[in-house]
Design a protein around this ligand. Structure first.
Ligand code: MG
Length: 217
């Protein structure tokens, strides 16, 4: 048990004081959802904010960052509830989408032989190299480097999206190509920038300390 904040993680609760890169855009600093809206609208995000984290309120929908990105580095921390009676995709499901179109799965896959729809999978496309999951009720991290797909002047895709992912500090994807959206994408304007999207899959997942660097890779 963390003595600072009484969460079950040995990582102290983010208080907005950790060093982050000077060029980072802080999308969530533990205080409010002012940088987010409900998916597909300009309406305020309805997820709960307390104790420095946001939590999915099931049924209120996915949330998206107001700001949109092409290439970027994303840091996000997530916490999964223990859903002991649930199995597979029903066990603490959420997701982090790059450009609103490419999902890095968030799921309780602790101890499993990870497949492409498990935690860290590029959903249904690429399995993580290794299972780097911590148990539920522990804070976990994703550090993601995303290169948006490239299109020529006729709108024809000439380079696939690429992604590298560190899960809890462990490389689970190294510059892998993503040849198509992973499903549930925000739109079909694939050449356009897109938001960071956090998925409401019906389970009370928590997120904190979300920041992005807008890059040109
Ligand atoms: Mg998901």
């Amino acid at each position: 048990m963390c003595i600072k904040c009484e969460c079950s993680s040995p990582t102290p609760l983010y208080k907005g004081s950790e060093p982050i890169p000077a060029d980072a855009i802080v999308l969530f600093d533990g205080k409010d959802l002012s940088n987010w809206v409900k998916r597909g609208s300009d309406d305020p995000a309805e997820w709960k904010v307390q104790n420095g984290y946001m939590e999915v309120v099931p049924g209120t929908g996915d949330i998206v960052s107001k700001q949109k990105f092409y290439d970027c580095q994303l840091h996000v921390e997530f916490w999964l509830p223990l859903m002991a009676d649930a199995r597979g995709q029903a066990r603490a499901n959420s997701g982090v989408y790059l450009q609103g179109r490419y999902e890095v799965q968030v799921l309780d896959s602790y101890g499993l032989d990870s497949r492409d729809d498990d935690c860290g999978g590029i959903y249904k496309l690429v399995a993580p190299m290794v299972n780097a999951c911590r148990p539920p009720e522990h804070w976990q991290t994703y550090d993601i480097l995303f290169r948006a797909p490239r299109f020529n002047e006729h709108g024809v895709k000439i380079e696939a999206a690429r992604i590298s992912v560190l899960h809890n500090g462990v490389w689970i994807h190294n510059n892998v190509e993503i040849h198509q959206p992973t499903g549930g994408e925000i739109d079909h304007n694939y050449a356009e920038p897109g938001p960071i999207l956090l998925q409401d899959h019906g389970d009370p997942i928590r997120y904190r300390n979300v920041w992005v660097r807008s890059l040109c890779l």
